[in-house]
Design a protein around this ligand. Structure first.
Ligand SMILES: [Zn+2]
Length: 313
């Protein structure tokens, strides 16, 4: 509750800034080069827009490597970028908790699209943190991310119909890659013995992943990193890991690893050694220009980290 309140206050102050800075900077957008200017929140969305938009769009991502979308509040520069965008994509489902109000305000006068917006509710998982909210981490179910890709394709076509053929062809190619990735993930996970298919991470980002690929998933912090992990959570996880002789647990690039290390120490005091199997990309991707700086590369990195660690290789 207090998290939501803080979020509202942040967003309100950003909104007033937006009012004060006025409309004079409006629309340098489709500007000089005639390209559509697209702004996204998380990098996972920016990557899809770059794949589908190709050279016909300029993509600006607000959240880079290490950014935590649950806690992210827009800077003054972000507000200007948002104001100057032709199209804004965000995840929705309360992922960008501190930006909900400002995005809603901007949505009254420009194209602001939650990429999770068209996913049927029966495919969404409940949030354990917020009543009446869904779990926002849909990009970990590759089939759901394909749905988000179609939303992005259709929005770009509507915003720039002259490039419809390009957007359609690019989206078809990317969807084919996602399809291939989905099959690869499934076959890699099947190498882990059924009783070791347990993914324990810093926060509850991987429920869609577990649901899609048949892994039990446990996070130390909740769906949002705004909720702190308590001593009881550490002890509960440590009991589970020691009893089930789980080989590895994982840290995340956008979340402090202090809590995961506390679990590891608590497991050790129970007479079982669990290793930290590596760092996963959850809510943020890797550096741009590296394979992990793309959506597909990030998923591959995670699988190539999880599978060998749980196999004890
Ligand atoms: Zn998260």
């Amino acid at each position: 509750m207090s998290n939501k309140l803080t979020g509202t206050l942040f967003a309100l102050s950003a909104f007033f800034f937006l009012l004060l800075s006025g409309c004079q900077t409006e629309d340098s957008s489709t500007a000089a080069d005639g390209k559509l200017t697209v702004v996204t929140t998380i990098s996972q969305i920016a990557d899809v827009v770059e794949n589908v938009g190709g050279t016909a769009v300029d993509v600006n991502r607000l959240m880079g490597p290490g950014s935590d979308p649950h806690l992210y509040s827009p800077s003054a520069g972000d507000v200007t970028r948002l104001q100057n965008a032709d199209v804004i994509f965000y995840n929705g489902l309360f992922l960008e908790a501190q930006m909900e109000d400002i995005l809603e305000q901007l949505g009254e006068r420009k194209t602001v699209i939650p990429v999770a917006g068209t996913i049927p509710e029966n495919l969404l998982l409940d949030s354990q943190d917020y009543e009446d909210e869904f779990d926002p981490h849909i990009w970990f179910d590759i089939e759901l991310w394909a749905e988000a890709t179609k939303v992005i394709r259709d929005t770009l076509i509507e915003a720039d119909p002259d490039n419809a053929d390009t957007f359609t062809a690019n989206a078809d190619a990317f969807l084919a890659e996602l399809n291939e990735l989905d099959a690869w993930v499934e076959s890699e996970i099947s190498r882990i013995p059924a009783d070791q298919r347990v993914l324990i991470t810093a926060h509850d980002a991987f429920n869609y992943f577990g649901n899609a690929y048949g892994m039990e998933v446990m996070g130390l912090q909740g769906i949002s990193t705004a909720s702190e992990a308590g001593t009881a959570d550490v002890q509960r996880l440590a009991d589970f890991i020691a009893e089930n002789e789980i080989r590895a647990i994982f840290v995340e690039s956008s979340v402090s690893q202090r809590n995961v290390e506390a679990v590891q120490a608590a497991v050790e005091s129970r007479g079982w050694n669990v290793v930290i199997g590596g760092s996963l990309f959850s809510d943020a991707m890797g550096d741009s220009g590296t394979p992990e700086g793309t959506y597909i590369g990030m998923v591959r990195h995670n699988i190539n980290t999880i599978v060998p660690a749980l196999l004890g290789e």
